[in-house]
Write a protein that binds this ligand. Sequence first.
Ligand code: AMP
Length: 217
Amino acid sequence: MQLVLLGAPGAGKGTQGEFLEKEFSLVRIATGDLLRAAMAEGTELGHQAKAYVSRGELVPDELVTELVKDRLQAPDTTQGFILDGFPRNVAQAQSLEDFLSASGRGTVTALYLEVDQEALLKRLTGRRVCPKCKASFHLTNRPPKQEGKCDACGSQLVQRPDDTEQVIRHRLEVYRRETEPVLDFYAARGQLKRVDGNGDLDEIFSRILKVLGAAKR
Ligand code: AMP
């Protein structure tokens, strides 16, 4: 299965992506996580990405597309993958299709998590993440077992620096302008599947499995 998760910031791509990763033992590739790791390590890519990420702008296509193509060349992705946060515009979507077809790997299914506008803001401001293992929590929707601590590795949870209200508003604008057209790109090719991303996390996951034609194991 080759999946692309689409949806606004806060739509639940990370959380549902984690569920899908476990359910199907697929490799999950989250470009935001890769960029934050590069920034934390202080690599050349990290330096180049930092100004864009902190303002809520998209990092230039050449940088992100190379990052994804490199990752997709690793053998662990041949059984399938989940892309979370990529593609973010039509040029990236086209590069991905070209890359996959040139390497004889078929196409992707694009899964669009549709979430109401008010819910997005609430989810983003309440989001807390683990800086070490990247797990994602929410103060009310998905609280950690122990307050402020990651369930998986016990690290202190943090708020992403780009989860402040001002940057969030900008990220939502960028999403509308740049990423929404990606929905039409996949719809026109018959590759888009829509899922109602509002409500309870387990319910949403069941809807996803239904749309993918897979029952929960
Ligand atoms: P995310 O964790 O997916 O919300 O991504 C965080 C930030 O990383 C975004 O606001 C962008 O600045 C950058 N980013 C992540 N994925 C991409 C992408 N596919 N293209 C350009 N910038 C990206």
